[in-house]
Design a protein around this ligand. Structure first.
Ligand code: ADP
Ligand code: MG
Length: 323
């Protein structure tokens, strides 16, 4: 059992995830030495999870290890970048071997799946917080930026929306999802980054974002950057059986459209690539659904099955926003 910080790092972090040839020097020195493939650019993203803000005290550390990496891989996917390396800053109130072991297990499982190697980090004492930075590769011209959407382009989302948000409502005792609880809890605890989808479709999209704050807010970011607006057809929004039941009972579209933590992809696709996009998407494990269209008028407008406009609560979750 490791006794010093040095041994702790050596034991838990020095061989975590895949072993990659482009890592010239990994954990253990002052810096990692990393080789970016010729012709590619580095896509870099960082996300922090803080106890009491992003996760509850006592949450399963293995799920946390998964989620800390998953939310970052989701950002790489949204850029159309192929994952390669990660660094990890871990702040812990005390050295708890079992906790670190389980955290690393969750992290490693996902890292191995996407051939990500942990190449460095920092370990400090303090209130529990986890920062993961990921690094991936993309051809400069192929990166999926937020500012590429054009008027008339079509809007697609992957998977289903609102499951994680509903799980939070259930945890707060505001809604009883009955037998669906297990499924939506899994969506909250173990989000699956849509890496394969992004890599298969990136050459066909004009803009992309991952859904961390809800479709209204995140599509809103694309629209703002691209200088346009969008319309959404609510009957087309992909819903799980849990959300389908929730909408039928409560009619509250705020959950699928304005709650966070979905980590699905939102892709914008020019019409002349629609057929090819839908052909490639049909062969993927997690389907994508067309939910709307980019329009010239700023703002996002929602329409129900009868074509009537519908007001949906304020867009997404904003850490510094007014309650
Ligand atoms: P320094 O004092 O030079 O910052 P540290 O003692 O913080 O060195 O870290 C020693 C080595 O261990 C470095 O290579 C660092 O990247 C790595 N490291 C420390 N903590 C972690 C961690 N949580 N995950 C991965 N690597 C880590
Ligand atoms: Mg350090």
């Amino acid at each position: 059992m490791p006794s010093s910080e040095f041994q702790l790092i050596e034991h838990h972090f020095s061989r975590l995830g895949a072993t990659r040839e482009d890592v010239l020097l990994g954990v253990g020195d002052d810096c990692a030495l990393l080789q970016v493939p010729p012709g590619k650019v580095l896509a870099v993203s960082l996300d922090t999870l803080v106890e009491g803000v992003h996760f509850l005290p006592g949450v399963d550390p293995e799920a946390l290890g998964h989620k800390a990496l998953a939310v970052n891989l989701s950002d790489l996917a949204a850029m159309g970048a192929e994952p390669a390396w990660a660094t990890l800053a871990l702040t812990l109130p005390r050295i708890d071997e079992a906790w670190i072991e389980a955290f690393c297990r969750g992290f490693a499982q996902l890292a191995n799946r996407y051939r990500v190697q942990l190449v460095g980090g920092d370990t400090t004492r303090g209130p529990r917080a986890i920062s993961v930075q990921v690094h991936g590769f993309v051809e400069a011209g192929q990166a999926l930026r937020r500012d590429g959407a054009g008027i008339g382009d079509l809007v697609y989302v992957s998977g289903t929306l609102g499951d994680a948000g509903l799980a939070l409502r259930a945890a707060a005792g505001e809604y009883d999802p009955g037998p669906h609880l297990i499924d939506i809890q899994l969506r909250l605890d173990r989000p699956q980054p849509r890496v394969e989808q992004a890599l298969a479709l990136r050459h066909l999209a004009s803009a992309a974002i991952d859904l961390s704050d809800g479709l209204l807010a995140d599509l809103g970011h694309i629209c703002q950057r691209s200088g346009c607006g969008a319309r959404l057809e609510l009957p087309s929004i992909p819903l799980s059986p849990a959300l389908d039941q929730f909408i039928r009972e409560r009619g509250d579209w705020g959950v699928p459209l304005a709650s966070g933590d979905d980590y699905e992809l939102c892709l914008v696709v020019p019409r002349d690539r629609q057929a090819e996009f839908e052909r490639v998407a049909a062969g993927l494990e997690t389907p994508l659904r067309r939910v709307g269209e980019i329009e010239a008028e700023p703002g996002i407008r929602c329409f129900d099955a009868a074509g009537n406009p519908l007001r949906v609560g304020r867009g997404g979750y904003d850490h510094f926003g007014q309650a």
